[in-house]
Ligand binder design. Structure first.
Ligand SMILES: Nc1nc2c(ncn2[C@@H]2O[C@H](COP(=O)(O)OP(=O)(O)OP(=O)(O)O)[C@@H](O)[C@H]2O)c(=O)[nH]1
Ligand SMILES: [Mg+2]
Ligand SMILES: [Zn+2]
Length: 299
């Protein structure tokens, strides 16, 4: 391999086989990925060979500390590599999906990544009800951080320092607005809610990494309406529910699906008000989706 192939840098942006890489000296390279096997994600550290001053070829990727991605029976979609935390961004308006929040929390937990919940738009009167609804996540051990990307991003900013974070959430929650507040410029386009909802389109169309300082970076991602967990086994998912994880394996039947089986430890926990029916329903739903996936689609 030539000496030039020793160059390595962080992936700021990637679309199919085209990526933008930033070297540690600040130089930017537009790169194509070599071969069809390699899947590159924002946050990856790529080894590149140089074609000229600003173009290169991605030859390989450094080992990842973490990989956050979604998958259904047919395909997987990488979201971010090497993140230390996932920040689920929700807002009172437009209304957020509680099920999606649960999917992200489970995905983060099963991927070994810390998750936090950012409640944006606390300047709106509707925020109080949203804060009440989110209190249950605090009881489960997740930090819920109320903030306003428009008027006061400080509570969130504080949580992003010295971390590698991916902002994740539905369209219109204010991820890009937060990103812009953090970097102090209109780096990412944002759109008024009414127009965003009317058009049914997402404002941010691809994932992008932004550095806050030497130790901190944040990835802004497009709004997501679906988030499959097909890459996890039943056990991975069961263990990703903190209130149920220690009970797994203690049901009367070893292969208990926690539906109608007698002496189910999870249902007993719900009956004893140590866990909620909603969370048990999510656990059942996420597990059954995984089991519907043909075996060959799994790794
Ligand atoms: N009132 C209020 N509005 C906000 C706040 N933060 C963001 N918004 C508005 O919410 C709308 C959506 O913001 P975006 O940042 O584009 O949302 P997004 O999550 O990036 O959406 P996608 O890119 O489609 O995923 C815009 O109209 C913002 O002005 C806030 O703190 N308060
Ligand atoms: Mg956006
Ligand atoms: Zn059970």
């Amino acid at each position: 391999m030539s000496e030039a192939a020793q160059l390595s840098g962080i992936v700021l942006e990637t679309q199919r086989r085209h990526s933008t890489i930033k070297l540690s000296d600040g130089r930017l390279f537009k790169c194509v990925t070599k071969g069809r096997q390699l899947q590159v994600a924002c946050g990856d550290v790529a080894q590149i060979s140089q074609i000229n001053d600003n173009e290169g070829v991605i030859e390989g990727l450094a080992d990842r500390t973490t990989l956050f991605y979604r998958a259904d029976a047919f395909k997987e979609k990488l979201v971010a590599a090497n993140v230390t935390q996932v920040a689920c961004i929700v807002a009172p308006l437009p209304a957020y999906s509680d099920e999606l929040v649960n999917r992200w929390l489970v995905c983060a937990q099963a991927s070994g990544v810390k998750a936090i919940i950012g409640l944006n738009k606390v300047d709106l009167v509707e925020a109080a009800a949203a804060a009440n609804a989110l209190a249950m996540y605090r009881d489960l051990g997740y930090d819920v951080i109320p903030f306003s990307a428009k008027f006061n991003d400080a509570p969130m900013r504080e949580r992003l320092m010295n971390e590698h974070t991916v902002l994740i959430g539905q369209s219109g929650m204010g991820k890009s607005k937060l990103l812009n507040a953090l970097v102090g410029s209109e780096a990412q386009a944002t759109r008024e809610i009414s127009t965003a909802l009317d058009s049914g389109k997402h404002t941010t169309t691809f994932t992008r990494l932004f550095e806050l300082d030497e130790k901190s970076w944040v990835i802004d991602s497009p709004g997501m309406q679906v988030f499959g967990l097909a890459h996890f086994s039943r056990l991975d998912i069961e263990r990703a529910f903190p209130e149920f994880s220690e009970l797994i394996g203690t049901c009367r039947f070893r292969d208990c699906k926690h539906l109608h089986e007698p002496n189910c430890a999870l249902r007993d926990a719900v009956a004893a008000k140590k866990a909620t029916q909603e969370r048990l329903s999510y656990l059942r739903k996420f597990c059954s989706e995984g089991e519907a996936v043909p075996h060959y689609a799994r790794h």
